[in-house]
Design a protein around this ligand. Structure first.
Ligand SMILES: Cc1cc2nc3c(=O)[nH]c(=O)nc-3n(C[C@H](O)[C@H](O)[C@H](O)COP(=O)(O)OP(=O)(O)OC[C@H]3O[C@@H](n4cnc5c(N)ncnc54)[C@H](O)[C@@H]3O)c2cc1C
Length: 403
């Protein structure tokens, strides 16, 4: 039986371990945190509600995530949030029709444009529409729009239109927990990989609590903590270089309880550089909280950084006068990721100055196979991509074993 060690118990590592075990391998999963799920982190937030500190929206085409949810009997909850139709209100208001026409012109300009910012400029929109689109795309990608490939304009996170979105009943993290429960004693929490010794014949991974020997490894940790792992011999070649240059976008969320739950909405604040949304709960009733979502490091700092929600909270209160926000400071929760040592950012960005080298990222180095949202090609940056990348890496390992 092939022994495989998996580094990281986010969606990518867990999907890899699940597929490896199904393929007959003996797996050990090493996870640095004291919980599984990584950037999928669902927490209680008053009155039985659950909020997603990290990944939230299940978008169209999430076939693997839906398949796994069905396997574990976890229901999908329709959020009702008009994700693809977020519009500014008040002084910044534009109509849906104006926005739709603007997106269409930008999409037409994208094919020849050097960057997402250049595509928006080439569409020759009214300044307020151009600013709105620049803000929208920068927020979704967590990265400045002039340093993003024009192709991001076609990714679902940046598009305009009507499409449903969902979340898992009880929180997206339930899927990670279900996978981990099935893997049982194979999953080790609080076991950060510190050193990986490898040769064509095998791998030895050292943690603070011991050493794991295997014939192959799936390395499903984000690139920032990956850079802190000592590899012996050091990683070299095209895959190593591709891993080294991946750039992470930056995003933060603010959750605020509502005294009166409100129906689904999605409103942009162009000046504030965030959008805010309400949604339905598991029973189809309005959920009792509002979420603010910002992106780019500059915008996070402008809204008060990662320590104190006060500035963002004040902006949200002034902006969402249609909502009845709970005034108790304890009714607000700020969630940031750039200061999280086990990721150091939100998700990979298609940066022009540091492009994501899709083909190289999916290639192994000897017995080391790489997974994680950043290796997921067209699905990068998303839960679905993480799951798919884990399955892809597992298939590589199993194929290698058979050969
Ligand atoms: C704010 C935010 C909002 C998002 N919104 C969405 C969304 O709406 N929809 C969507 O589909 N996606 C969204 N995402 C993206 C999604 O969360 C990720 O694409 C996905 O969860 C990444 O999974 P992963 O397994 O690749 O990485 P991770 O989830 O980061 O898992 C990697 C694991 O490796 C562990 N690790 C790190 N270093 C070590 C080490 N040395 N040894 C052992 N373990 C280690 C980490 O602790 C972590 O558990 C969002 C992300 C963020 C941050």
């Amino acid at each position: 039986m092939t022994r495989v060690v998996v580094l990281g118990a986010g969606f990518a590592g867990l999907a890899a371990a699940d597929a490896l075990r199904a393929g007959g391998a003996e797996v050990t999963v090493l996870e640095a945190r004291e919980r599984v799920g990584g950037r999928v982190w669902s927490v209680p937030f008053g009155d039985g509600a659950v909020v997603e500190r990290g990944a939230e929206f299940i978008l169209p085409g999430y076939e693997v995530m839906e398949e796994l949810a069905a396997r574990f009997g976890i229901a999908l909850v329709r959020k009702g949030t008009p994700y693809g139709r977020r519009v500014p209100t008040g002084e910044e208001a534009v109509t849906q029709a104006e926005l739709e026409a603007a997106f269409a012109r930008v999409a037409a300009a994208a094919a020849d444009a050097a960057s997402a910012g250049a595509a928006i400029a080439a569409a020759e929109l009214e300044p307020r529409l151009a600013t709105l689109l620049r803000t929208r795309v920068a927020i979704s990608n967590g990265h400045p729009v002039d340093d993003l490939e024009a192709s991001v304009l076609a990714e679902s996170a940046s598009t305009f239109g009507d499409f449903e979105n969902w979340t898992l009943a009880g929180g997206n993290m339930r899927l990670a927990e279900a996978l981990a429960t099935e893997l049982g004693a194979a999953v080790h929490l609080g076991a950060a990989a510190r050193r990986v010794r490898w040769s064509p014949d095998g791998v030895s991974v050292a943690t603070d609590v011991g050493e794991v020997e295997a014939e192959a490894a799936v390395i499903a940790v984000p690139t920032l903590p990956l850079a802190a792992i000592e590899f012996d011999p050091p990683l070299a070649g095209a895959t190593a270089e591709a891993l080294r240059v991946v750039r992470c976008g930056q995003n933060s969320k603010l959750f605020v309880r509502l005294r009166s739950p409100a129906p689904p909405s999605a409103i942009m604040s162009v000046a504030g550089h965030y959008w805010s949304y309400t949604q339905l709960g598991a029973g189809g009733e309005p959920a009792p909280f509002v979420v603010g979502y910002t992106g780019t490091r500059e915008a996070i700092e402008a809204l008060g950084g990662s320590e104190d929600p006060e500035r963002w909270l004040a902006a949200l209160r002034a902006h969402r006068t249609d909502l009845d926000l709970d005034p108790d400071p304890a009714a607000a929760l700020l969630s940031s990721w750039h200061d999280d040592p086990w990721v150091g950012g939100a998700y990979s960005a298609r940066s022009l100055s540091a492009p994501i080298r899709d083909a190289e990222l999916a290639q192994p180095i000897g017995p080391l196979h790489f997974a994680g949202e950043h290796t997921a090609g067209a699905w990068h940056g998303l839960m679905e991509g993480a799951l798919r990348s884990g399955r892809r890496a597992a298939a590589q390992v199993l194929g290698r074993g058979a050969g």
